[in-house]
Design a protein around this ligand. Structure first.
Ligand SMILES: [Fe+2]
Ligand SMILES: [Fe+2]
Length: 298
């Protein structure tokens, strides 16, 4: 994705660019290497005690449903699989990377994280329902769902004035229905461009990057290989508005037209979507609360 000139100009003014912690960088290298071994991943993780402790806490949580206690990292990697562990490391580090203190009252961090986690859980659930489809990985979908709006946090910290401008525009214009739309109009760049810039710098693989940067315009992607994943994250983002609204206001409504279109194009039947919605109605709030607690966001 080529960055808009307006954003390129802004980036030049940011002096202390965020860098990804070493362990996550190594893990990213490792997961892009198809022959990632249990020992190699476990070795990398042992170098970071804080990450190891969190992985074990997550691996032992109800969310992963492993029936016995996992006491060391090697066991966690074997039981959950290298891909799940790698995705966990990535989400933990990126989550930790952004502090909880948001300075602007217009940016409600709790609803932001709830919306992000809900999107992650929904994308993962869709992935589980579609298991048979080649190329759809539920762990990747969880990570992409969780990080889909990460550009907003980067803007909150590094492009604060611009973020305020777009929120003001969004709130004051009845015909603008999304923050994304306000950003396009008032800034000439969006939180998706910001995510594209930062996550490319961090060498995120395309299969995670694409769904994140195209969640508002899933038909604009250049890599058709990730089309289904992009549609699933776009769909999960729309569906999650059913349960947790994004930050700023209640103006964003559930867009049934988009839900229909994205699910049809991803090959998901209306019956499956109905079932998913019923299941989510029962379980999503609890899942979101559990994950908020696991990631120490509450
Ligand atoms: Fe978004
Ligand atoms: Fe979103």
């Amino acid at each position: 994705m080529t960055l808009p000139e307006q954003l390129k100009d802004k980036i030049r003014t940011i002096s202390n660019l965020p860098t990804l912690p070493q362990v996550a960088t190594s893990i990213l290298k490792e997961i892009s290497n198809t022959e990632n071994s249990v020992e190699k991943l476990a070795d990398l993780l042992r170098k970071d005690l804080a990450i190891t402790a969190k992985i074990l806490k997550l691996a032992n949580s109800a969310y992963y449903g492993v029936p016995r206690k996992i006491s060391n990292i090697q066991e966690a990697v074997v039981l959950l699989g290298t891909e799940t562990i790698a995705t966990l490391v990535l989400t933990i580090t990126v989550f930790d990377f952004f502090p909880d203190e948001f300075s602007d009252p217009g940016f409600n961090k709790e609803t932001f994280w709830k919306h992000s986690i809900a999107t992650a859980v929904i994308a993962q659930s869709i992935g589980n329902l579609m298991k048979a489809k080649a190329g759809v990985n539920s762990d990747d979908l969880f990570a992409a769902g969780l990080l889909h709006d990460i550009g907003k946090i980067v803007m909150e910290q590094y492009l604060h004035q611009d973020m305020l401008k777009s929120i003001m525009m969004f709130k004051s214009s009845p015909d603008i229905t999304t923050i994304f739309g306000a950003e396009e109009q008032v800034l000439g760049y969006t939180h998706c461009d910001v995510a594209s810039w930062l996550l490319s710098k961090w060498n995120f693989p395309d299969r995670l990057l694409d769904p994140i940067i195209h969640h508002h315009k899933p038909y604009k992607s250049e890599h058709s290989g990730n089309r289904i994943q992009i549609l699933i994250v776009a769909l999960a983002n729309e569906l999650s508005h059913n349960y947790f609204i994004p930050y700023t206001t209640d103006k964003i409504a559930v867009d049934e037209y988009l839900i229909d279109k994205f699910s049809k194009d991803a090959g998901i039947t209306p019956r499956t979507i109905d079932k998913l919605r019923r299941d989510l109605q029962e379980t999503l709030a609890d899942s979101v609360d559990n994950i908020m607690a696991l990631f120490n966001k509450k």
